[in-house]
Design a protein around this ligand. Sequence first.
Ligand SMILES: Nc1ncnc2c1ncn2[C@@H]1O[C@H](COP(=O)(O)OP(=O)(O)OP(=O)(O)O)[C@@H](O)[C@H]1O
Length: 236
Amino acid sequence: MQLTEVAFRYRRRAPWVLQDVSFSLPPGRVLEVTGRNGAGKSTLLRLLAGLRAPHRGTITGRPDRVGYAPERFPVDQPFTVSAYLDHMAAVRGIRRPAIGEWAERLRFEHLLNVRLPELSKGSAQKVGLAQALLAEPGLLILDEPFAGLDAESRDTLPGLIAELAGAGTAVVVSDHQRVIESVPGVDRIRVEKGTVTPVTAEAEWTVLEVVVRAGEAEEVATKLRADGHDVRRADR
Ligand SMILES: Nc1ncnc2c1ncn2[C@@H]1O[C@H](COP(=O)(O)OP(=O)(O)OP(=O)(O)O)[C@@H](O)[C@H]1O
């Protein structure tokens, strides 16, 4: 898949969200998308998924089957988890949907008969992931998939992503929490000032010690992560 000089804005005369974005995404590549809040990560993911079309430039070679898990999974539908996933599989023409298999791997088998609006945030996130995975996608796009997930599921997902990539799926993940970094060979790009730059391994790094009140540690860590910094807690 290739993006060439892609530019996008939500409305005519609105500021450009993205401009001059060019990069290629070969099969089996895992791409982490970083950047500040509002930088345009979700917009880039929607363009990659084909949910939005570029105003300028081209996107070519998108795989036929695309799985997309949005940042906020829509849960205001009156279906049970199982009926929703059946429906999504039918819409995509999947004859033998592996719903039970994904429910087991993502640990939500006990929720199959629960209605979507009754799900907790993390459980809804898992169902959103499952509907993306059901597509057996050649391109899998996950917008903040780790937000709200319990530790066990958070630990499972990188392995799952590595497995799919190993089978040839291109995976694009926006991930404030940097969980995806544990996947071997992950590439990183940064969305900043309306464009996209590769984050190379040769970048110079330094370690800065920041001392904060214990009660504020999580909040500060979240802010720093949102700005693209790698944050490790010294007391863990
Ligand atoms: N549906 C929309 N209509 C109009 N403007 C939008 C829409 N969605 C996003 N924007 C604007 O586009 C810009 C980029 O938003 P986007 O959601 O892509 O950023 P992001 O990097 O994913 O942010 P975050 O880290 O907070 O999720 C922002 O200025 C936002 O206000």
